[in-house]
Ligand binder design. Sequence first.
Ligand SMILES: O=c1ccn([C@@H]2O[C@H](COP(=O)(O)OP(=O)(O)O[C@H]3O[C@H](CO)[C@@H](O)[C@H](O)[C@H]3O)[C@@H](O)[C@H]2O)c(=O)[nH]1
Ligand SMILES: [Mn+2]
Length: 892
Amino acid sequence: MSSPGANGGAAREDDDPTGLGEPLLTNDDAGGGFHPETLATVVVATTTTAPNGGNAKVMKGSMKAEAKDDRYWVDVHREVTAAADLENGGDGGRPLMFREKKVKPALLYPYRTLILIRLIAVILFIGWRIKHNNSDVMWFWTTSVVADVWFAFSWLLYQMPKFNPIKRSPDLDALRQYYDLPDGDSILPAIDVFVTTADPIDEPVLYTMNSILSILAVDYPIDRYACYLSDDSGTLIEYDALAETAKFAALWAPFCRKHSIEPRAPESYFQREGMIYNGKSPSEFINDYRHVNVEYQRYKARLEMLTSTIRERSNFYNNIKTTKGDVNATWMANGTQWPGTWLEPIDNHRKGHHEGVVQVVLEPPNGGKTQHDNIVNPLNFDGIDARLPMLVYMARGKSPCYDHNKKAGNLNAQLRVSALLSNAPFVINFDCDHYINDSRALQAAMCFMLDSREGDNIAFVQFPQRFENVDPTDRYGNHNRVFFDGAMYALNGIQGPSYLGTGCMFRRLALYGIDPPRWRPNDILVDSSKFGNSIPFLNSVLQSLKQESHISPLNLDDSFIAEMMLVISSSFDIGTDWGRGVGYIYEMATEDMVTGFRIHKQGWHSMYCTMDVDTFCGTAPINLTERLYQIVRWAGGSVEMFFSHNNPLLAGCRLHPMQRIVYLNYNIYPITSLFLLLYALCPVMWLLPEEILIQRPFTRYVVFLIIIIALIHTIGIMEIKWAGTKWLDWWRNEQFFMIASLSAYPTALLHIVVKLLTRGKGIRFRVTSKQTKVEDNEDKYAEMYEMRWVPMLIPAMVALFSNTMAIGVAIGKAIVYGGVWPKTQRLHAMLGLLFNVWLMILLQPFALALIGRWSKKPSILFILFPVAFVVFALVYICVHVFVVNFFPSMEI
Ligand SMILES: O=c1ccn([C@@H]2O[C@H](COP(=O)(O)OP(=O)(O)O[C@H]3O[C@H](CO)[C@@H](O)[C@H](O)[C@H]3O)[C@@H](O)[C@H]2O)c(=O)[nH]1
Ligand SMILES: [Mn+2]
């Protein structure tokens, strides 16, 4: 295993810090050999000028990240005897490789009790409302009681599965002990790593390549994993970029291994400041760093030039190789025509209509230490493994006649190509904008897959999604911690987390629709009606069943290439089980949730893995409209699932009852928005001349509401304690639920209704726009301040506007009538306003979005809103005076 320890042993331990001109560290330890583990804290930081003119802060000390606040968790000790282990399907000799924690009883029991208390309070409340069916508007009363019943029901579905949260973390030492051989080799199983990209413009190549670099430099036996990039645009840019990346990786990967660099995505690495040096060659570090940084800048420049490089090259070849009048082809560097999309698109060479492409960019390492004999490395990589894993570019074939099934189709094509080339028993997939932030990631996932207790029953190991481009106040709730931590820890205590689309390692067999060991029949049908018509692929499935894999020297002869073209052709899936019972599931806007569901319903388990350092990191849409589009897709996909054969109510008995409730909750939560929409428009009642009350006695009603809302918040506060999130995360979640309820959720529901009525297509997968390059001086969050108008924003606009107006009118009315209103009416007005203000606070991020660049100072709302209230109050008073004088019979 190429762990830092393994490499470092052979690396030179030259600690002389003076070579840098300034002392790097002043610690007694330094003289007698540097032991990073023993240095508790950062020692001394020094600043050297990096070649690009920026400053590279270098620190030395322990990388041991401080353990996150574990005050609310206790260890679960599960002693596993060899016999029990065998019973569980283990091999009796394998160690336990992950640790489990559960919430401390001192927090867990009060938490559960409060949930029960709230449930009772809600039942009493609804009972009370039904008993006192006194309202000024009967239809509204009825609707609101139905709404309250719905709220209670959906909240219960949401809260119930959280009765037993579990936190799991990998034990990497145990893994090393068992899988590292004394000679430095390793017997870890093979992994196929997938990256998907849809387009080089919408998804900047630099992000994708950073993701690839982080994979090529990951800490896993180099000959035991392979990396596949599947490019849905089929452009030569992605392929050439990958070739450039392979060249740069020959420098980057050994540099990372030598100096234990984290993270191993260079763009993020070079941007981060104050990193702690944890490698074993500090004296060579600054020099190496400078060199690699210069090379990285050059590599980036080459990536940026790619379009023009390809254009010039193509012009050259078109001039010499084709006669006038011929179409202008796009040419590869080796002088052959690119089979995919061309710069000047024509039929068969345009996006959505082209042949499949598979190009092996890096062959599997041959076992020797030098893979790139032709590349002379100027740095001293003695004793460092400078090899790179196998790297493959692919683009599936596309034709206008067939549905491509978006990301799911892309991943399935990757599954098949990798089956032919490497057929690893485990696969892990990444979105192109997510990279490995902790190089131990793949080992971490393995700790779960190979654990002797439950390993064999685990279909997938999901890691949290973390984002690095989000503004510090997380205005649009992008971090989604309530979901990624709260909800996922909770699922960990049942059958396991749902699949979240990226950063998830699968057992290949589970993706193939094979049952977990407990339920696996003796003879499994592997035939073409299920898996498609390719004999080599069917053979690979049989091999997988025997847990065999091969990353061996490739024999890319014509028949093999033809076979690869077959399995990625646009029609290969037709008439097979792909996208239904096999692979990632089609026909849903969110392939992730439904794929996870399909696997869970077969009885497989999944695990949620968290580490001290964020394992993976990605980007999120920080523009409100983009964010809402994403929500429409997620919500739409969740509801769509209910109306498909993947309805959780129809799933067999292998699905845990609580897990069923979890999926049911995913299916129905967007419906809640319809009732919220209704309540949000209530303030319009202020515009009516008379006092209108939904429920009488109104004061008691509001008191009930306050108690129930306060209980939600108290439960929320307890939840953030065990989930380890911040109060702001939770609050943003509340706010964003309201905003989405007035925009994205109803839109998603509308889509589904139209789909069901017209039997048409569902919500399309609109690729989330990625932040394009930000110039140094430019505002990093410029995207956030940009308002993009779309019809889906209308309900939220109306709610915000009518609330503002209602508060203004209410103030006007209080001024006009305040003196004559009876005391109870004054109280009612106060309580009603409380509701308005509450809604406004929830809609605050939306209000900020509306004012665009002005929202750079969010406190401006404290001026804008009062001004609006005063204006509306004045308008009301004027209208009132006008009406009183000229239309005395009217009342307003
Ligand atoms: O036709 C397509 C469309 C998308 N993708 C890829 O799918 C990934 C995710 O797309 P993105 O637009 O970034 O979606 P997000 O909203 O950011 O993705 C979230 O939501 C998706 C489900 O809706 C999950 O699949 C993702 O993992 C999850 O991060 C990217 O790598 C794309 O390249 C394709 O390969 N082909
Ligand atoms: Mn994304």
